[in-house]
Design a binder for this molecule. Structure first.
Ligand SMILES: [Fe+2]
Ligand SMILES: [Fe+2]
Ligand SMILES: [Fe+2]
Ligand SMILES: [Fe+2]
Length: 403
């Protein structure tokens, strides 16, 4: 069914404010909820956080008091939406359980985007990045088994496999090798712009999350692993944000942000299995339609262009959380040894990469390797969740007889 968000009527802005009772949503039950419902919650929190941060940046660069007032009013509603969405997460989950869910989002959302992306250069950027978050999931799952004595299938529930990806220590690249070429805003397909915004926002919230929760641990290995992976999430934000054309005007960026919010709430409303959560996606979609109308008006007035020239005429196929096991195995088999050089990809370690590795390792084993040694020593063997057979890369298979 075609849905053009520019033609739909939403809830008028002056009726979007919620009181304390309405904001105080009951969290999901982590033991009886589809893990992909939690993935959708985490994704939408990342999107709302980006909506708020983007609006602040816009306001800081905007001299027009009337526009600042307009931005402030919509931003307050975005802040309420962020509270409702993120407060769906249950307090009974540990930080590490939420971390594992964050990496599950990074794996299955990025894999879905890579599969759906029409532009080959952008597709490669997602294929490259997904193998790294896939490995983070495996490292954190081992930390989880070691310090909380629980197994990651409790969180990911067999939907996502847990096994080695591109080894985490090889993700530390020279910062200039993390910058990609941007798409061209005049030529890129509308869906490509939406994909880039979505993955950038998801990685940004992961980066922010690790910077804040990492030091809440007592265990030295946990503190160290969050530092290491936190630095890689900084690289991932640099990687994905550089895909966005920096030539977009502030009005155009605002329009794309609001359109993407409509797209994702609509996608999740269509695919959500939990009726209570689905009702929240629907309510928020109806708020976003009004945000989009306001953004489109500002765009027309200040950029003097028709919004239809920039955004998709109807919403693209819904973003879907579903297993991507075969696709990920194919990528593991073919791209595990990739690194970046400038804005391209190579299979050999180059001088700048090796120098960076040497300096950051300082002659020691990185936390992402130590955590594996420690868990093997403590639990008898490392943690993996290989539901589809042995690892596609023979050298990364575990010979369990050697224990
Ligand atoms: Fe929003
Ligand atoms: Fe990650
Ligand atoms: Fe990441
Ligand atoms: Fe919005």
């Amino acid at each position: 069914m075609s849905f053009n968000p520019l033609r739909e009527r939403g809830i008028p802005l002056d009726r979007q404010l919620r009181n304390w009772r309405e904001l105080d949503v009951a969290p999901i039950d982590p033991d009886h909820t589809d893990p992909y419902t939690r993935c959708r919650i985490i994704t939408m929190n990342g999107i709302e956080v980006e909506a708020i941060l983007f609006s602040h940046q816009f306001s800081r660069h905007c001299p027009d008091p009337a526009v600042k007032q307009q931005l402030a009013q919509v931003r307050y509603i975005e802040a309420q939406q962020q509270k409702v969405v993120n407060w769906l997460l249950p307090g009974v989950s540990s930080v590490l359980e939420t971390t594992i869910a964050y990496e599950q989002v990074a794996v299955d959302l990025t894999a879905w985007v890579a599969r759906s992306e029409p532009d080959p250069y952008l597709k490669q950027a997602y294929q490259f990045g997904v193998l790294e978050d896939f490995d983070h999931l495996y490292r954190y799952a081992n930390l989880y088994e070691m310090i909380e004595h629980r197994r990651a299938e409790k969180v990911v529930d067999n939907l996502t496999e847990v096994m080695p990806g591109r080894p985490t220590y090889l993700h530390h690249r020279h910062p200039i090798d993390n910058l990609r070429e941007p798409y061209d805003k005049t030529a890129a397909a509308p869906i490509s712009k939406l994909h880039a915004l979505t993955i950038m926002s998801a990685e940004q919230q992961t980066m922010n999350f690790y910077m804040n929760v990492g030091p809440t641990y007592m265990e030295p290995i946990a503190r160290q692993l969050y530092q290491e992976i936190g630095l890689i999430e900084e690289e991932h934000v640099t990687h994905y944000e550089s895909l966005v054309d920096p030539g977009e005007t502030w009005w155009e960026m605002l329009l794309n942000h609001e359109y993407n919010e409509c797209y994702l709430y609509h996608s999740f409303m269509e695919t959500e299995s939990d009726p209570r959560v689905k009702a929240i996606w629907e309510l928020h979609l109806n708020m976003e339609l009004e945000h989009l109308r306001i953004a489109a008006e500002l765009f027309e007035r200040h950029d003097g262009r028709d919004p239809q020239e920039v955004v998709a005429p109807t919403l693209p196929a819904p973003v879907t959380f579903e297993p991507n096991k075969a696709y990920l195995r194919e990528l593991l088999a073919t791209q595990i040894d990739y690194t970046t050089l400038g804005t391209g990809y190579v299979q050999e370690a180059h001088e700048r990469f090796e120098k960076w590795q040497e300096e950051i390792m300082g002659g020691e084993r990185p936390p992402s390797e130590v955590v594996m040694d420690d868990n093997r020593a403590k639990s008898g063997e490392e943690y993996r969740l290989e539901t589809e057979g042995p690892h596609p890369v023979p050298s990364l298979r575990v010979d369990r007889r050697l224990g």
